[in-house]
Design a protein around this ligand. Sequence first.
Ligand code: TMP
Length: 393
Amino acid sequence: MSFGQMPIANGFLNPEQYKDEYFYEMATAVCDKCLMFQLIEQPTPEKMFHENYAFFSQTSKHMCDHFQSFAEKVIAQYQLNKDSFVVELGSNDGIMLKHFANQSIPHLGVEPSANVARVASERGINTLCTFFNEQCANEIKDKYGLADAIMAANVMCHIPDLNSLAAGVATLLKPNGVLIFQDPYLADVLEKTSYDQIYDEHVFLFCLHSVQEAFKPHGLELIESEHFNVHGGSMRYTLAKTGAYPVQESVNQYLNKEKAINIHSPDTYLGFKSQCEKSKTNLMEILNRLKDDNAVVAGYGATSKSTTIINYCGITADHLDYISDTTPIKQNKFSPGAHIPIKPYESFTKQYPNYALLFAWNHKNEIMAKEQDFKSSGGQWIEFIPHAIISEG
Ligand code: TMP
């Protein structure tokens, strides 16, 4: 399915950069053998992860709590201590590794975006600023030894050379080491029509079947799977060297669920395509009507995902007066592609708009809890997951 020409999802820019803005055709395909849902073309990693990378993990309280419990669970389940060694791929600003650092567990973050890597280093997180692959794994092994746990959260689906990554993981893990990673789950995307999970950084949308197939050739076996509501629905996969641990019942349970939603059938993806088109039509009907009524409409959260919604649906600065976001690096810039102004959060609270388009829908509970005054002021929400509606929140 093609979503048309797309800019870089986190490519917030200034007007003088408009003329050089990069676009690519964002189209997806599914492998009929391994069920890997993937982008057909992906911009080079250097275009996405660099000194001005705009995504800082610690912007949501809920995500901070989530990563704390992720870390605590791994430490307890695999009895990690000061003699262990853990590696996190795409460790961002250290949101997860700080919990290992606090317990003096030897750790290393591998993070290719220099600005976020620097923030982590300044917070005392041991961080290597590079892309992880087989060569990098060998260098880490030589310098630090083998790892008890390799973790990644919302990172694995960003790495196009999955083979090199899996080979690197197999090289770096101890015989009883584990790879634990979580990413947006394909079944959630299909069920909620959350097509905004598709953007340049997400080269893959995994399901259990595709994860098994991708890691099997490297001697790694899926031993546990656990579903979470973060990032709009995520699956956490635990893999280990084949035979090192018993395979837990959760693996069968989710494989059966995937069968039940016909994840293997081409019709499922044709149905998804028409749901995306319907979602676009319905959202634009609402936004065009509000534009005709001269309503003040603001986007809430300049998420990476919003780049897909805005550019696929054809949302412009005529529909949205601005997008409010709490991340300083995005503020006072313009959105990728449509060039809608990004304003600090204070612009939203200073003078509430009539409507707020909830781009950060995956943080809905946290946002609704803190935006009671917007609602009291008569403000209404526009939501598009799973259906486009105007709501009370
Ligand atoms: P994410 O959905 O990829 O985590 O991105 C969330 C973006 O939304 C990030 O730029 C911060 C922004 N945001 C707000 O502006 N206000 C909020 O209350 C939350 C939770 C996020």
